[in-house]
Design a protein. Structure first.
Ligand SMILES: [Ca+2]
Length: 473
């Protein structure tokens, strides 16, 4: 009897779905997760979007998998990466780029910590940009391995920093907290490190699944490329940007080939995205504006996911935000949900099933409650292009609010509201605000609430209930 009880107990432990009890299940291998993020690339700088820039390897992820046609990020680096790592996007610290040392509060759990706790080997190769303080270091915030740079931008060859909060010229390239001075081109080195980790896993027989974040600084400025990647006579400008993108695509091809060579491709979810709308030299196609803007050119980006034999090739047009990746990856991996309620599981949608509804998504380039040291205080002298703006998308409607400037001075109480129906008008040509004052008022209240209090928990998300006929086009 005692033996039977013991067997029953053992059986319970073995089949328990709780990953916390069984961090390395041998009988139900979890998929690997490989996230590849491109930095400031134009959303139409892909050959599959008709660009002359050659990106056959990035294209192959879409060609062999799923293209998420309505994928959204925040309009610049830090809040997008913060939303990816934390599953929320409503924290004022995410928009304080001049206070980089204060970022990523220690009490805020991260996606990397979640996968580490779930039995995954975790690694970040490339750009972090979520804090310089020791308590914000990637190795402290969930990554077993870190190779790359902490700040926002570096010289691709020398690894000198150009970040506004790091003294110009300071070396910013390290492996697990130790500065490294290796010759090479950052994009290639990021790929080399990723491939070396993959090969080491196989060689050592490591049976844990992995969560790798390959965070290229390419094609963010200042632009430079290896000699062999440049067209003859190309020294500066658009041709260099083109070479930076094409070199990154080659390195992505090497990583995908390594997955294939090591027989890991069939058990690996590969997710590619761009962190925000394109900046200088870039092409965002018909979408208006780009980086730093809450118009579609700044926040709607290409995103592709490949999972051979599990995901059939198709397009998904359900809205999805970068903060949803935490809950979505948990679901893909079969981990129980620990993600914050603001991170919405879209795995069913990615697979082509499930409801297409998503609670409203919020965007900002600087929150209204931001004090000195915030983003627009820094960029305001550069002119009207960088005015503070925020937006909410309650599909298919988008309300955007923007400050009005007179020179460099904010005209008080002069916010302008724009309303677009993204289903009928994805390029935001027709402002419907004058036709729909009640909808403007209601979405405006939601947006103001988000800016002052943050995103409502999902259980309260119907605080502004949809009224029949008012949000339909
Ligand atoms: Ca960026």
């Amino acid at each position: 009897m005692q033996l039977l009880s013991l067997l029953a107990l053992l059986t319970l432990l073995v089949v328990s779905p709780a990953d916390a009890r069984q961090p390395h299940p041998r009988h139900a291998p979890r998929p690997n997760i490989l996230v590849i993020m491109s930095d400031d690339q134009g959303s139409f700088d892909l050959s599959l979007r008709g660009s002359g820039i050659r990106t056959p390897n990035i294209d192959s992820i879409a060609r062999d998998g799923v293209e998420l046609t309505h994928f959204y990020t925040q309009p610049f680096c830090v809040p997008t990466r913060a939303a990816f790592m934390t599953g929320v996007s409503d924290q004022p610290w995410m928009y304080r780029i001049q206070r980089l040392a204060e970022l990523l509060p220690p009490d805020m759990p991260t996606l990397a910590e979640r996968f580490q706790r779930g039995g995954y080997e975790t690694a970040l190769m490339g750009k972090w940009h979520l804090g310089l303080a020791p308590e914000s270091h990637p190795n402290v915030r969930g990554f077993d391995h870190f190779y790359g740079h902490l700040g926002g931008l570096i010289d691709y060859f020398t690894k000198e920093s150009f970040d506004i909060v790091i003294p110009t010229g300071e070396h910013d390239w390290q492996r697990n907290g130790v500065q490294v001075f290796e010759d090479g081109y950052a994009t290639t080195q990021i790929a080399d490190e990723t491939i070396a980790l993959l090969e080491a896993r196989v060689e050592e027989g490591d049976r844990r699944p992995f969560f790798y974040f390959v965070s290229f600084n390419a094609p963010h400025g200042p632009w430079s490329a290896p000699e062999e990647a440049l067209l003859p006579g190309c020294t500066v400008g658009l041709c260099v940007y083109r070479a930076v993108v094409e070199q990154m695509d080659r390195e992505i091809g090497r990583i995908l080939a390594a997955l294939d060579d090591l027989a890991l491709d069939g058990e690996t979810v590969v997710f590619f995205l761009i962190d925000n709308g394109g900046s200088s030299f870039t092409n965002n196609g018909p979408f208006r504006r780009g980086k730093f803007q809450t118009l579609e050119g700044g926040i709607r980006v290409p995103a592709f996911v490949r999972y051979p034999r599990r995901l059939l090739r198709h397009q998904v047009n359900a809205p999805m935000h970068v903060q949803d990746l935490w809950a979505t990856f948990e679901a893909a991996a079969g981990l129980h949900k620990e993600s914050p309620s603001t991170s919405v599981n879209r795995w069913l949608s990615v697979q082509g099933y499930g409801r297409r509804h998503r609670p409203p998504m919020f965007f900002s380039n600087q929150r209204a409650d931001c004090e000195a040291g915030c983003f627009s205080h820094f960029v305001r002298p550069f002119g009207v292009f960088f005015t503070r703006s925020s937006a909410v998308i309650r599909w298919p409607w988008k309300l955007r609010v923007q400050e009005t400037l007179f020179g460099n001075l904010v005209v008080l109480d002069s916010q302008s509201f724009e309303l677009y129906n993204l289903r009928r008008d994805p390029y935001e040509d027709f402002d419907r605000a004058a036709d729909r004052p009640e909808l403007v008022r209601r979405l405006g209240a939601e947006l103001m609430s988000w800016e002052s209090q943050g995103e409502a928990p999902r259980s309260h998300r119907r605080a502004h209930p949809r009224r029949r006929g008012t949000t339909r086009d």
